[in-house]
Design a protein around this ligand. Structure first.
Ligand code: AMP
Ligand code: MN
Ligand code: MN
Ligand code: MN
Length: 276
């Protein structure tokens, strides 16, 4: 069995439609795939239909944006019921915030001499969530930097002209929505928040106190050292372990879809919850 419990489709900032993503995962020999689009579950029905067709197990999921001590922290909800009203009401609020932020980003970039970025990003996002990735794609197409990653560094991160601070959900709210929807809350890609070990400890204690159950130990962009320190954190805090590539597209690819390092054997995988 091969699990990949963190991926994106065109319902947010992934390059492939949900059906295309499921076919790619199946071809990569993934047996259990979670589609975790940012703040929306719109891709799940299409993904489920294709998964049934391929014989792959789709885990309905979402990646929720939260703000913790001024930082964006992502909470993945696995095995959720997307029909849950509490979850959808919460996501609707984040979707409204995403649109308002995108308009503000467009205004700020225009002040910096870059016109039309909101309209371009909205068109690249199509019916999906509008994200910084779509702005980055547009700015890269203008030749403003050599790569999408460089565009982020120059324009879209804190302190740069296109950055707009947003107070996303509280961590406790996100975990509540996930639990209301029958899911399990996973703290995503811990190494990406650039926290000292004592701040990461505080984050994990708070996450667990509000009902969080798992840590993404094997995460897209995690080095072997990151995996070891996340594994140690999972042990110390008594958290289950998850694994996900955070696949978006071949160009913005932390890890190849389904090609994940193994979880350390002494950790309890989050999927043990579903296999009992
Ligand atoms: P948003 O949720 O709209 O703020 O956008 C966040 C998304 O931008 C993340 O999920 C990543 O897909 C992407 N992202 C963030 N930082 C970078 C980076 N340095 N390089 C490439 N993509 C990034
Ligand atoms: Mn993303
Ligand atoms: Mn994330
Ligand atoms: Mn992600």
């Amino acid at each position: 069995m091969t699990y990949d419990l963190h991926t994106h489709s065109t319902a947010s900032d992934g390059a492939y439609t949900p059906a295309e993503l499921v076919r790619l995962a199946h071809a990569a020999l993934v047996t259990h795939l979670a589609l975790t689009d940012h703040d929306c579950t719109d891709g799940l029905a299409e993904a489920q239909a294709e998964a049934s067709h391929c014989g792959l197990t789709l885990i309905p999921a979402v990646e929720i944006s939260t703000t913790w001590h001024g930082k964006s922290v992502h909470i993945v909800g696995l095995n959720i019921d997307p029909g849950c009203p509490e979850l959808q009401q919460g996501l609707a609020r984040l979707q409204t915030q995403r649109m308002a932020r995108a308009e503000a980003m467009g205004r700020n970039l225009a002040k910096d001499g870059i016109e039309g970025s909101f309209e371009a990003a909205r068109s690249l996002a199509g019916l999906g969530m509008i994200t910084r990735t779509h702005f980055a794609q547009y700015l890269a197409s203008l030749g403003l930097a050599a790569s999408v990653r460089q565009v982020f560094e120059r324009y879209l991160v804190q302190g740069k002209p296109g950055y707009v601070h947003t107070q996303w959900a509280e961590m406790e709210e996100a975990v509540d929505w996930i639990k209301c929807a029958g899911g399990v809350a996973v703290l995503a890609h811990p190494q990406r928040y650039k926290l000292t070990s004592s701040w990461l400890g505080r984050l994990l204690i708070e996450f667990k106190a509000v009902g969080g159950e798992a840590l993404e130990v094997v995460a897209g962009s995690a080095s072997l050292g990151d995996i070891q320190s996340s594994a140690a954190a999972a042990r110390r805090h008594g958290l289950l372990a998850s694994a996900g590539s955070d696949f978006h597209s071949p160009a913005n690819c932390w890890l190849k879809l389904g090609r994940l390092p193994e979880l350390p054997v002494d950790l309890t995988p989050v999927w043990s919850l579903w296999n009992e």
